[in-house]
Design a protein around this ligand. Structure first.
Ligand SMILES: Cc1cc2nc3c(=O)[nH]c(=O)nc-3n(C[C@H](O)[C@H](O)[C@H](O)COP(=O)(O)OP(=O)(O)OC[C@H]3O[C@@H](n4cnc5c(N)ncnc54)[C@H](O)[C@@H]3O)c2cc1C
Ligand code: FES
Length: 231
């Protein structure tokens, strides 16, 4: 599907928020394979849905290399190729929920906060925070940590469910904290992987999860934490 870029604004030195006219609905935690070029680079790049509403879909992305660098140069009116939404996002969870994100992992938590009632959001930034007001408008409470560990700021015993996205070490630390504190919260984590097809056809993103090999793009990217990190 080809869409049009409506806006593409820098939020910090290497984070951008891009709004497109893609009108498909999406589940929080799902992603699109994005492409802003012809032949090279060969592969499209997976980026989570930041928001999907009112006939628009937006993406929050960090520039780390060639593909995301090309996204950053897109201007309003430019064409963008999208395949998706792909994958299994965050499940519907009852009760008090914490959404915990670090770095670019905060991206899928905005739509999650808008769709889940009673959510507290924990946002970890390496440098100066951004978009905090947007998250505050969507959530019960927003806790921000800049330069430290967002996992230090959450008491997991206060929650029935915890949805996390970010560096794997952050999500593992969070899950271990749940175990240490005896928290009953059900924890779901969104995994990252290099992807080729993004639709379950090539096995590039396959890794052991829950006693078998799972494709991050099709079986995930969201999995129960105990299947990823063990009990
Ligand atoms: C399901 C899923 C959802 C994602 N959602 C988002 C999102 O919402 N926002 C976002 O910013 N990113 C997201 N990512 C990560 C994003 O896909 C990669 O950052 C992107 O593909 C890198 O492409 P590139 O061409 O810019 O970098 P490349 O040119 O391919 O790589 C350049 C350098 O960056 C490193 N690199 C590649 N991927 C990552 C990464 N994930 N983190 C850190 N360094 C990396 C490479 O090792 C290399 O050194 C998601 C990934 C997955 C699997
Ligand atoms: S990227 Fe091809 S199967 Fe997941």
């Amino acid at each position: 599907m080809e869409c049009t870029v409506l806006s593409n604004k820098p939020l910090s030195e290497n984070f951008y928020l891009m709004e497109t006219d893609c009108s498909r609905d999406a589940q929080a935690g799902q992603f699109y394979m994005l492409r802003a070029w012809g032949v090279y680079p060969v592969l499209s790049r997976p980026i989570s849905v930041f928001d999907a509403d009112a006939g628009k879909t937006s993406f929050l992305y960090r520039t780390v290399g060639q593909g995301t660098g090309m996204f950053a140069r897109l201007k309003p009116g430019d064409a963008l190729g999208l395949v998706g939404p792909q994958g299994r996002g965050f499940p519907g969870v009852p009760g008090k929920t914490a959404l915990v994100g670090g770095g670019a992992g905060i991206a899928p938590l905005y739509l999650a906060a808008r769709r889940i009632k009673n959510a507290d959001v924990f946002l970890g930034f390496r440098d100066a925070p951004f978009l905090v007001q947007a998250y505050e408008a969507a959530a019960d409470r927003v806790v921000v940590n800049s330069g430290g560990f967002i996992t230090d700021d959450i008491d997991p015993t206060q929650y029935d469910a915890i949805l996390a996205c970010g560096p794997e070490i952050m999500m593992k630390t969070l899950y271990e904290k749940c175990k240490k504190t005896g928290a009953a919260a059900k924890v779901y984590v969104s995994l990252e992987s290099r992807m080729a097809c993004g639709v379950g056809a090539c096995f590039v993103c396959s890794r052991p999860v829950g006693g078998g090999n799972k494709k991050i793009c099709k079986d995930g990217p969201v999995f129960p934490a105990e299947e990823v990190f063990g009990l």
